[in-house]
Write a protein that binds this ligand. Structure first.
Ligand code: FAD
Length: 272
């Protein structure tokens, strides 16, 4: 029985930590986003992640880590998800409908938070694929614009269509009543593809190492004094970006020891 509408969660049985789906949007064959009600007790810092899940056919929870893509001030919670066809969770989660329930454990954690960085002038958000999710939160967080003069969002996917969630989000910020004015002139968006033709192409590491992104955006090269970075992608991507950031003199920080950059895995494994 793979039909999630038949799971206890969807059948209206109230699970511990259940939240109700309020919105679902499918972006591509492999990507979708959804919003759920927010538990009153949930406090989190923009950029953190929680465990979410569904019940399997035997009523056992299947739970996975998910970055909260909405900012800390939002009344609902947004998530941006991959669809792995044989993935234990997302083979089911991709079929969720408005009104159904998911499990949401209200214990947020994570390293992609402002507290984990020393003060700086510019902040770089560096993401591949669904790794943009924590930055979808941080790009909507007023503190981001209070703390930095410039915010640069670099997002790389294989295909143009996979950039659309991020593109529409960035586009919508201008008209956001809360942060529209703060974003104006401060947020620079640099999407690239690696497989399909696009106006900007190439891996984030290559565009940083070659200096292409600095030239294209009219920026000074990165330096440890001014620049801070947050990284979210596959393990291989994170490792490669860390080496590039270190070559500019930035050092990895943590909640307990703020420095110049922080890193989070967008998923475990090699990717799909
Ligand atoms: P799994 O058994 O978990 O994974 C099956 C295969 O798919 C594995 O090979 C894995 O490497 C690959 N895979 C899993 N997730 C992704 C992904 N996001 N992109 C590309 N390949 C992937 N996933 C999201 O979609 N959105 C998020 O915001 C998100 N945040 C995460 C935050 C953290 C800290 C971590 C550790 C993981 C996060 N993930 C996120 C991954 C998520 O936890 C699950 O792995 C994903 O939902 C797939 O679950 P599954 O049970 O269907 O398949």
């Amino acid at each position: 029985m793979n039909d999630v509408s038949q799971t206890p969660a969807a059948a209206g049985k109230i699970l511990p930590d259940a939240q109700t789906v309020t919105f679902v949007k499918h972006w591509t064959d492999t990507l979708f986003s959804f919003r759920v009600t927010r538990p009153r007790s949930l406090r989190f810092r923009s950029g953190e992640f929680v465990m979410i899940g569904l019940l399997d056919d035997n009523g056992k929870p299947i739970q996975r880590a998910y970055s909260i893509a909405s900012p800390a001030w939002d009344e609902e919670l947004e998530f941006y998800s991959i669809k792995v066809q044989d993935g234990p969770l997302t083979s089911r989660l991709q079929h969720i409908q408005v009104g159904e329930q998911i499990i949401l454990r209200p214990k947020p954690v994570g390293t992609l938070v402002h507290d984990a960085l020393l003060p700086g002038k510019r902040i770089w958000f560096l993401a591949t694929g669904t790794g943009i999710a924590p930055f979808a939160s941080l790009m909507r967080e007023p503190e981001t614009y209070e703390k930095y003069d410039q915010v640069i969002m670099m997002h790389t996917c294989r295909q143009v269509g996979e950039l659309e969630y991020g593109r529409q989000l960035v586009e919508s910020l201008k008209d956001d009543p809360l942060i529209g004015e703060m974003v104006e002139g401060k947020l620079l968006y640099y999407p690239t593809t690696t497989r399909e033709d696009f106006h900007h192409m190439g891996r984030i590491t290559d565009n940083l190492s070659s200096g292409k992104v600095f030239t294209d955006l009219g920026l000074d090269p990165m330096c440890a004094e001014n620049d801070r970075a947050m990284v979210c992608g596959s393990l291989a991507f994170n490792k490669d970006v860390m080496a590039v950031l270190e070559s500019f003199g930035l050092r990895e920080g943590a909640n307990s020891e703020p420095r110049e950059y922080v890193v989070e895995k967008a998923f475990v494994g090699d990717g799909v």
